[in-house]
Design a protein around this ligand. Structure first.
Ligand SMILES: CC(C)(COP(=O)(O)OP(=O)(O)OC[C@H]1O[C@@H](n2cnc3c(N)ncnc32)[C@H](O)[C@@H]1OP(=O)(O)O)[C@@H](O)C(=O)NCCC(=O)NCCS
Length: 190
């Protein structure tokens, strides 16, 4: 699967370049080093349920993600985010039988605050709504993860609750949700 973000045109006709060249694609085995380039950083995993990843752990993650891509019906997406021709993040979602999709996004710190997470998530959401029947989108992040909360807000999610993830490094988390109305795409063809 390849998803392309078209440049966004503002009201005055100008093209919004911020993260316009984001591209989502399935992982290849050769991406392990690029994934390691950011998933090995403590600043990236600080509010995540996992520790900084080794190169071997990155390779295993990619192997799992590639297997999810072949599941029928597909219930998990984990995609590489390319920016300016390099893998600079990952974005994903898990689809649950109750028609809820929970999203995640991770970006290389060298590219933070350029709109990558927002652009990549918008692209993924658009794909999910086109290919799956979904009533609600969700995102969960540590209450300390202000950047993640801001991304959720920019995607139109609202804070609906808090929950404590027992046994997770994240501790107390915000739960964000966005209701999807009238999404009746044929279930799980993507
Ligand atoms: C969360 C994360 C994915 C955001 O990626 P990104 O590409 O920088 O996101 P965007 O550029 O689309 O948006 C970031 C927004 O957060 C804001 N922001 C960044 N740091 C912030 C802070 N400490 N406090 C408040 N807002 C902050 C930015 O200003 C920006 O908002 P704006 O566009 O209104 O200015 C990135 O920080 C990351 O990978 N963090 C580690 C992994 C992680 O925590 N993932 C989320 C798990 S739930």
């Amino acid at each position: 699967m390849t998803l392309l973000s078209p440049p966004r045109v503002a009201d005055d006709g100008s093209v919004k370049l911020k993260a316009a060249c984001t591209r989502l694609r399935e992982w290849t085995a050769a991406d392990a080093v690029a994934l390691f380039g950011f998933e090995s950083r403590p600043s990236v995993t600080r509010w995540q349920p996992y520790q900084p990843r080794t190169l071997e752990a990155c390779a295993r993650h990619i192997e799992r993600a590639r297997a999810w891509a072949h599941d029928a019906p597909r219930t998990v997406y984990d995609l590489a985010v390319e920016y300016e021709g390099r893998v600079r993040g990952r974005v994903g979602a898990r689809l649950r039988p109750e028609r809820v999709a929970t999203l995640w996004y991770v970006v290389d710190p060298r590219c933070w605050n350029r709109g990558l997470a927002s652009a990549a998530s918008e692209e993924l959401i658009s794909h999910l709504l086109d290919h799956h029947s979904i009533d609600e989108l969700r995102a969960v992040c540590s209450v300390h993860n202000a950047a993640s909360a801001r991304v959720a807000a920019k995607l139109g999610f609202r804070l609906v609750s808090q929950k404590s993830l027992v046994g997770s490094r994240r501790g107390l988390c915000h739960v964000f949700a966005r209701t999807v109305s009238g999404n009746s795409a044929p279930a799980s063809i993507g």
